[in-house]
Design a protein around this ligand. Structure first.
Ligand SMILES: [Mg+2]
Length: 260
């Protein structure tokens, strides 16, 4: 397949490969309860193998908190960029977006109030993650989703936070200039020595920020939603793991062009 030979050529020509991966809906399949999301043994082994290569740097970029990500992946030697890139943790790397950190307490209060207000809606789950809040509605009745959205919109009506829609989730994030794209730029600048190829796979709206700052990268939109900035497309986490395993072995696995 042409896309794959392009990827193979770019990898061969690059001095360093920075591989970025979203977690839910990209590395791990979406499940009804977000607490049950798991990485398969095959995916973990493939990540371990890729991260061991001297010229490769593997980063997980997710809306989840860093601790949560680490507890699900459990690999040292990777970089974890949590809370949509607002916190970054890895070997000799530590970053917390100061604007987000300054609003921790306000956000904690907001999460408590919102949880109380949304409690009567079964299947709507408010998760406080330190720097951002997720309001999950994977298990909610369709009629309750607009009610949840209205409550979230009201909660973010001030200047401090904004609503960022995700895949079956409303994300409440601080109004700051930091996002997944900024996190990727920060890591590339911090660890890049030149002739760097970035490969980024993600399924979320927030991943578009990263696709947008990587016009020269191998950007892959996962799932069925449209993409504005990704170059390629993979249908589901199953194909992501196959693609990663191909990266590990250079086998013959399909990578499809992104939909318009
Ligand atoms: Mg995702």
């Amino acid at each position: 397949m042409q896309a794959l030979s392009e990827v193979e050529e770019r990898i061969r020509a690059a001095g360093q490969i920075f591989l970025y991966l979203d977690f839910d809906g990209t590395l791990a399949p979406m499940v009804p309860d977000p607490a049950q999301a798991r990485l398969s043994a095959e995916a973990r082994e493939t990540l371990r193998r890729l991260a061991r290569r001297g010229s490769w740097t593997v980063t997980i970029v997710s809306g989840r908190a860093v601790e949560d990500l680490y507890s699900r992946i459990g690999l040292d030697g990777l970089i974890y960029a949590g809370n949509h890139g607002m916190e970054i943790s890895g070997p000799h790397l530590h970053f917390v977006d100061p604007a987000a950190a300054a609003r921790r307490e306000t956000l904690c209060r907001l999460a408590g109030e919102l949880a109380a207000r949304l409690h009567p809606l079964p299947g709507v789950l408010v998760e406080y993650k330190g720097l951002t809040v997720s309001v999950h509605y994977r298990r909610a009745a369709a009629a309750d989703i607009p009610k949840a959205e209205a409550a979230v919109r009201e909660a973010v009506a001030g200047d401090d936070f904004r609503l960022m829609p995700g895949v079956q989730v409303f994300e409440i994030v601080p109004r700051t200039n930091w996002d997944k794209g900024a996190a990727v730029e920060w890591i590339n600048r911090r660890l890049g020595k030149g002739n760097l190829l970035a490969i980024y796979l993600g399924d979320d709206a927030s991943d578009e920020d990263a696709f947008a700052i990587l016009p020269e990268g191998i950007t892959v939109k996962v799932g069925s939603a449209a993409t504005a900035h990704a170059r390629y497309h993979l249908p589901s986490p199953g194909e992501v793991v196959e693609f990663l395993s191909w990266l590990g072995k250079k086998g013959d696995r399909p990578l499809f062009p992104a939909r318009e």
